[in-house]
Design a protein around this ligand. Structure first.
Ligand code: SF4
Length: 443
């Protein structure tokens, strides 16, 4: 039986140390009782208390890893329905489905392995490969799984195979990679649960609709499998929104344990634009793994960007460190530009400076992660503050001519800046970053 907030409070250390992110132990206990927090957030709670808390201490959505090693993807563990309430914590994995009899299997696996890109300082990649048992030949399937594991050594593996004998051989071949088995159904649940339990790997429960799915997860759990992923059979974008929302609501608002697991959505379509659209819906609506039938640079970029934007903390702007960045190998007479420390601003401006091939310095000023115009409007990127930063950062000793190029959007600051920064010439740069190469080359 679930414990009340007060009962849970009695089991906590009662030091109000705030390490859990809540102001008091009582506030944390109340949130735990509502299923909106995870007991592991308190580093000082005793093992004995954890055991006593039992079901009340279990996170509302079970959390575990897809794959093994450094690049394993953590799934589940979400505690809110909407990202403005707190934040979404574990970005959904993107997986490519490859048939075991696909002639381009090796090439596709290599494409996944090299899919990583750097966007605003974060590494983004296709995280997993779903190997589909299309040949009907278990030896061929096992060989394909091994080959894919070899070609994409850091990538998680999903065994898309409902034949328990074929899946068992494949699991054993790549056991160290902790493959996810897709899937247990009403028909094969006992056999699949046995394979998952014996090899300590997670298992997808696949059923048509949420009622049948709840019954299936209870059955699988009863057979000894703890790490379960949900497949409700949702195929269309509408079904994905409906099912995934109901699953998240049931887990968080009703503490309904049979649906308290991460969700997988296969969105395979022949039309790449339609597939990308449905994958976007799944990413936006609570999917933990989205499986697509093909990847390409444009599609990856769309899905990575959407995922990254949803899984950043809306209350904490992404920022880079305040300092003078050297781009190229700037000499003493190289141009000096200034901008704010909003990550996206920094990466766009520095990217355009690099495109210009003109070695330059970029002074990045801490404006609490706000973009140029927002920081200016908020009084954080003013003439007085810029002058103070430039005077204190020591850049005057590194340059042969004291000239500072400010963003065109704050051209209005140039006069006041020249007054405050004695001996400096203030030049107004372009309004938009994409005009920077022409501007720098034309100087
Ligand atoms: Fe209390 Fe633990 Fe939170 Fe500290 S971390 S305030 S001890 S619940």
């Amino acid at each position: 039986m679930a414990l009340t907030g007060v009962q849970i409070f009695k089991l906590l250390p009662k030091t109000n140390c705030k390490k859990c992110g809540f102001p008091t132990c009582l506030a944390f206990a109340m949130k735990l009782a509502q299923g909106g927090a995870d007991i592991s957030a308190c580093p000082d709670v005793s093992e004995e208390a954890k055991a006593t808390l039992g079901e009340a201490s279990a996170p509302p959505i079970r959390s575990f890893a897809l794959g093994a090693g450094e690049k394993a993807v953590k799934m589940g563990g979400e505690t809110v329905l909407f990202r403005h309430e707190k934040k979404f914590v574990n970005p959904c994995a993107i997986a490519l489905n490859i048939k075991d009899n696909d002639d381009a299997l090796e090439q596709k696996a290599s494409e996944v392995a090299s899919s990583e890109i750097d966007r605003v300082g974060q590494k983004l990649r296709v995280d997993a490969i779903s190997v589909e048992y299309a040949s009907g030949d278990s030896a061929k399937y096992e060989a394909a799984v091994k080959l894919i594991a070899d070609k994409a050594p850091d990538t998680a593996i999903i065994l898309n195979c409902k034949d328990s004998a074929a899946v068992e051989a494949a699991v054993k071949a790549v056991a160290a990679r902790k493959p996810l088995i897709y899937a247990a159904t009403e028909e094969n649940a006992e056999a699949m649960a046995a394979v998952a339990k014996d090899n300590k790997v997670p298992l997808v429960a696949s059923a048509a609709g949420l009622e049948a799915l709840s019954a299936l997860t209870e059955k699988i759990k009863g057979l000894g499998v703890e790490d379960i992923v949900l497949d409700s059979g949702a195929g269309t974008a509408g079904e994905i929104i409906q099912h995934n929302t109901q699953i998240r609501r049931s887990a968080l608002k009703k503490s309904f344990k049979p649906l308290g697991y991460p969700v997988i959505n296969y969105v395979l379509r022949d039309d790449p634009i339609l597939e990308a659209s449905i994958a976007s819906v799944a990413i936006a609506k609570y999917s933990s793994i989205v499986v697509v039938s093909n990847i390409s640079k444009w599609k990856n970029l769309v899905l990575f960007t959407l995922r990254q934007n949803l899984y950043t903390d809306p209350q904490v702007p992404m920022q880079v460190e305040q300092k003078i960045y050297e781009l190229g190998e700037p000499g003493a007479d190289a141009p000096l530009m200034i901008t704010t420390n909003f990550s996206l601003t920094y990466f766009i401006v520095s990217g355009e400076i690099e495109n210009s091939k003109v070695p330059s310095r970029l002074a990045v000023m801490d404006c609490e992660g706000l973009s140029v115009l927002t920081a200016w409007a908020a009084g954080k990127f003013t003439a007085a503050k810029i002058a103070q930063f430039i005077s204190e950062c020591g850049i005057a000793d590194q340059v042969s001519q004291k000239e500072l190029i400010i963003p065109g959007q704050v051209a209005i600051l140039s006069g006041a800046l020249e007054d405050k920064l004695e001996g400096w010439k203030i030049t107004v740069g372009p309004r938009e970053a994409n005009a920077i190469p022409t501007f720098l080359k034309g100087r």
